[in-house]
Ligand binder design. Structure first.
Ligand SMILES: [Fe+2]
Length: 279
């Protein structure tokens, strides 16, 4: 009887350890590199007919230097193969611990999109403490050399579509009011802004359009049917995916390609294919 109880206990303990080890292996080795290509529509008020149906790839949070270079190079190959009309990068090209040299390798074979590639910077692009402007300038140089226009509190217009990039909210260069000043409400507008908390600030004036963000990584670990417990945002509604902010602004938050700590569960890395639609 006692021997039976002991062997049953040993069996249960063995099963629990195996399940625990499998889960650890999954969250460390498998899911952080299991890139998902998601498909959604992006509604843009006043979108000119010539832009309707165009495909925009939303790529975010590479974290070169922290994330395995070969995995990121594979992600960039996928970006090239998807052959989209536009590419939008929403920051954290590198990790705060460094990654300029790795970023050069990651973007070495990158091909800009047919109608343009643009980007904003994230907090990690500003190095340690999110405060090293010289690091952000280096990131900007590397990315620009690969044909991506980095928008740092700046805007431009192409064939009736207005692009705006806001520098990171936690950085010393966060100056959104400059670029949003005198915004025409009739513009078809796309904004890149790393941290979705910026959406709640009273800065948007006449901006009507879609905002693309990253930063949250979707929380990286998400219990089934529950929100992720860890999110680096004030507004905990901002997890990942599409949000309607109000009658005139929408938001898409990418789960990101990379990670900060190497762990993901029920929250795969993402490249979003967003099809532009008038609203
Ligand atoms: Fe990030």
């Amino acid at each position: 009887m006692l021997r039976n109880m002991l062997s049953r206990r040993r069996f249960l303990m063995g099963s629990a350890s195996t399940a625990g080890l499998s889960l650890l292996g999954w969250t460390y080795f498998v899911e952080p590199r299991w890139l998902e290509i998601t498909q959604s529509e992006l509604l843009v008020p006043n979108l000119p007919d010539s832009w309707a149906g165009k495909r925009l790839l939303h790529i975010s949070d590479l974290h070169a230097g922290k994330v395995t270079t070969s995995y990121l190079q594979k992600a960039i190959r996928i970006v090239n193969e998807l052959d989209a009309d536009l590419h939008a990068f929403t920051g954290d090209f590198i990790d705060q611990t460094g990654g300029i040299e790795e970023l050069k390798k990651v973007l070495h074979d990158y091909r800009p999109a047919k109608l343009g590639s643009f980007a904003c910077l994230g907090n990690h692009d500003y190095g340690q403490g999110w405060w090293q402007v010289e690091v952000a300038d280096q990131v900007t140089e590397v990315v620009s050399q690969r044909g991506v226009e980095v928008l740092r509190n700046s805007r431009f217009e192409r064939d009736g579509l207005h692009f705006l990039g806001i520098d990171d909210m936690w950085s010393p260069r966060f100056q959104p009011t400059e670029s949003l000043q005198d915004w025409d409400a009739a513009n078809a507008s796309l904004c890149l802004c790393h941290n979705p908390d910026v959406c709640d600030l009273p800065i948007w004036e006449n901006f009507r359009g879609a905002i693309l963000s990253g930063h949250t990584h979707g929380g990286q670990c998400k219990p089934p049917f529950l929100p992720p417990p860890i999110l680096p945002v004030r507004n905990r509604r901002y997890t990942s995916g599409a949000f309607s902010l109000d009658a005139t602004r929408s938001l898409y938050i990418s789960r990101g390609v990379g990670h900060s700590m190497r762990v993901r569960f029920n929250c795969r890395p993402e490249i979003a294919v967003l099809t532009l639609k008038p609203s």
